[in-house]
Design a protein around this ligand. Structure first.
Ligand code: 5RP
Length: 269
């Protein structure tokens, strides 16, 4: 691997081999997602605890100060919306030239395997890797399922991750599922866990992230379960402990509660 590629990957994946990636790209197909109406406001408090931001060029330019040093993974696929016919019908919306101009550390895009647009989105991935490799820019593939959340099982996600890696993704982002080790073990490149829609309790988030890490994930790319929580900073700090310190679910809950109490005291003062 060339120096530039290694250098960019090492900005995102920390020396312990782990990463806490923060996606705020949801607006590219969801519009003003709940709690992400003003992305700059949402992420301000989370930046110190995030290892990289996954973001479109629009939000990057409009809502993130160029003085920020946080590494950027640029979302470069899109072209569909929640109110359109098919979320899978994506194209590449942002060029590699733009990624270089924005000093991105990586680019990210979705593939929709098993959908009517499987061939199109996998071709998008191949073409993006061809372009990105020329400039030493790593590609993160997102194994998207659109509205079909029930597709999330080890057999399907394992197939998706392996195909994305075979085409050249340097990192693959996929959903957590039962038997997550089967997904990771069949994928020759690092796997990060996506969050999906908000679950009911923080404990549930800590449990699936802990299980995924124990089964070989290198980290998370987890958004709504952090910034849609009533307690985003306690949640991300607890998750960092699981990811970067091999923390347990019980330890994560302790951190969550103590940071939440500190916040409450600060508000009361
Ligand atoms: C959308 C994405 C998002 O980055 C992804 O869904 C991660 O965010 P969340 O944890 O909120 O699901 O790739 O396709």
């Amino acid at each position: 691997m060339d120096w530039g590629m290694k250098n960019r990957l090492s900005r995102i994946i920390k020396p312990n081999g782990r990463c806490m990636l923060m996606p705020i790209d949801h607006g590219y197909f969801q519009g003003p997602t709940s709690k992400l109406e003003k992305p700059g406001e949402t992420i301000k408090q989370l930046l110190p605890y995030s290892d990289a931001l996954f973001v479109t060029r629009g939000v990057l330019r409009a809502c993130v100060s160029p003085a920020e040093t946080i590494p950027i993974i640029l979302r470069v696929s899109g072209g569909t919306s929640m109110v359109g016919k098919d979320l899978a019908n994506e194209t590449i919306t942002t060029s590699i030239e733009e990624a270089v101009r924005l000093n991105a550390s990586a680019v990210g895009m979705s593939v929709f395997i098993g959908s009517d647009y499987e061939h199109q989105t996998l071709s998008n991935l191949g073409n993006l890797v061809n372009e990105a490799e020329r400039y030493g820019i790593p590609v993160m593939a997102v194994t998207a399922v659109g509205r079909e959340l029930e597709k999330r099982d080890a057999r399907y996600l394992g197939l998706c991750c392996r195909i994305a890696a075979e085409i050249g993704a340097k990192v693959v982002k996929t959903y957590w599922c039962e038997d997550f080790d089967k997904v990771v073990n069949g994928c020759p490149v690092p796997v990060v866990i996506a969050g999906g829609p908000k679950v009911d309790t923080e404990r549930e988030v800590f449990e699936f992230v802990h299980d995924g890490m124990q089964r070989g994930a290198i980290g998370v790319n987890l958004g709504r379960n952090i910034w849609q929580s009533p307690h985003p900073v306690p949640t991300i700090r607890a998750l960092r402990h699981i990811i970067h310190e091999n923390g347990t679910v019980a330890q994560a809950l302790n951190i969550f509660n103590s940071v939440k109490n500190e916040e409450r005291k600060t508000i009361e003062v």
